[in-house]
Ligand binder design. Structure first.
Ligand code: RFL
Ligand code: PHB
Length: 403
């Protein structure tokens, strides 16, 4: 999909975007709407990008950004608005009424795969260039004002000169790694467990997501539609996905769910199974010269708060607005303040994701004091409207401050 012939690759553009994940594709679309020229360079194929099963929960600000990019219509017709979310603790379910606690806000359950597909299709329809399967991508001279991107495509060496590079190439990308040592400060927390995810064409166990804390570890019941479910189990970091048969997954899930959910659980063959480690990570600043980092290239959150894709969308919303101000001759304040504005939002989402992860998982070395702290925090949460409102406000997404 959207793969272009090598001859169509230009030697110059205004913004070279590295990575065609949600950050890169959304930025490309927002820049197109602002009349700014951009080329996206992606090392994988379009099908590979679409095959990665990741996020499922869209905040209102992300939905707004997708609307602004002109790609929101399928999300509105097929996405599932959720007014609440459930927490199940030791077999007891507690509903957090997101809408009531936030003055009517909700989240939309719509898969990252579908967001990516919508963005790819919009790009193809507009005839905008994404170079898929670019090899050996490297970024150059971005300390100054005439950066360049080099790569090989179809065994032809290419170079694109540009005004700015947007590093949207994820946690393992080349952009952050190319910044001189010492220019960036990083903050990291690695959690002692991972999430084993399973996707299956079975109806979800409940109308809303259920985050489960059980003595056997965390579980999450999520969905992609009314006929497709996504489940996760906290697992040990040394587990391999091949160790987990579908039957073993469903059996372990049942052991973590409440009796009602066990009764209503519909199982079936998996379409996909994968293990993801959990990490909190932030880079400061998110800019070096004419290179701007956005999305997972700059920060990672553990998936418990469903914030990763949403943060990526917020970053590129700030960045697209800043670039539009620059090219429209207004001013460069947005570019100067990009890192500061994005990081203010990032750190709040990092805090929430870390808090929610710490609250709901079983920590291997937490048997004493730590476990009591979790229990006390949960008892406080379920007994306090104010605490539930704080959870709800963060879960639906904090507002974006553009000016
Ligand atoms: P991506 O999606 O990793 O895309 C980066 C792209 O860059 C390409 N790339 C390169 N291209 C050219 N040259 C190179 N040298 C390159 N190196 C890499 C890659 O091939 C890729 O296509 O980053 P982006 O765009 O910043 O998007 C971030 C999101 O994908 C991520 O934050 C979310 O998926 C996180 N996440 C969730 N976020 C939410 O908001 N809500 C959720 O419910 C949610 N659930 C999840 C998640 C992530 C998960 N995993 C697997 C980590 C659930 C899981 C299990
Ligand atoms: C998902 O559906 O993949 C999902 C939902 C909520 C999360 C994380 C992942 O917190």
């Amino acid at each position: 999909m959207s793969t272009t012939t090598p001859t169509a690759i230009p030697t110059r553009t205004q913004v070279a975007i590295i990575g065609a994940g949600p950050a890169g594709l959304l930025l490309g679309q927002l820049l197109y709407k602002a009349g700014i020229d951009a080329v996206i360079i992606e090392r994988q194929s379009g099908d590979y990008v679409l095959g990665r099963i990741r996020a499922g929960v869209i905040e209102q600000t992300t939905a707004d950004a997708l609307d602004a990019a002109g790609v929101g219509s399928r999300m509105h017709s097929e996405g599932l608005p959720h007014d609440g979310v459930e927490l199940c603790v030791d077999g007891q379910r507690h509903r957090i009424d997101l809408a009531a606690l936030t003055g009517g806000k909700h989240v939309t359950v719509y898969g990252q795969t579908e967001v990516t597909r919508d963005l790819m299709e919009a790009r193809a329809t507009e005839g905008l260039l994404t170079v898929y399967e670019a090899q050996g991508v490297s970024v150059h001279d971005f300390a100054g004002t005439q950066p360049r991107v080099r790569f090989t495509h179809g065994s032809v060496a290419r170079e694109i000169a540009c005004d700015y590079i947007a590093g949207c190439d994820g946690f393992h990308g080349v952009c952050r790694a190319s910044v001189p040592a010492g220019a960036l400060r990083t903050f990291e927390k690695v959690y002692p467990f991972g999430w084993l995810g399973l996707l299956a064409d079975v109806p979800p166990v409940s109308d809303e997501l259920i985050y489960v804390r059980s003595p056997r570890g965390f579980a999450l019941c999520s969905m992609r539609s009314k006929t497709r479910s996504r489940y996760y189990l906290q697992c040990s970091l040394d587990h391999k996905v091949e160790q987990w048969s579908d039957a073993a997954f469903w059996e372990e899930l049942r052991l973590r769910l409440d009796p009602q959910a066990c009764d209503e659980l519909v199982t079936g063959p998996s379409i996909e199974k994968s293990i993801a480690p959990l990490r909190s990570f932030v880079t400061e600043p998110m800019r070096f010269g004419s290179l701007f980092l956005a999305g997972d290239a700059a920060h990672i959150v553990p998936p418990t708060g469903a914030k990763g894709l949403n943060l990526a969308a917020a970053d590129v919303t700030y960045l697209a607005a800043a670039l539009a101000d620059h090219y429209n001759g207004h001013d460069d304040e947005g570019l100067s303040r990009y890192s500061e504005r994005a990081l203010a939002r990032v750190w709040k989402a990092e805090r929430f994701s870390w808090w929610f992860t710490s609250l709901m998982h079983r920590f291997p070395d937490n048997a004493g004091f730590g476990e009591r702290m979790q229990e006390a925090e949960l008892a406080y949460l379920f007994g306090s409207q104010a605490a539930q409102a704080a959870l709800a406000e963060n879960y639906v997404g904090l507002p974006m401050v553009l000016h």
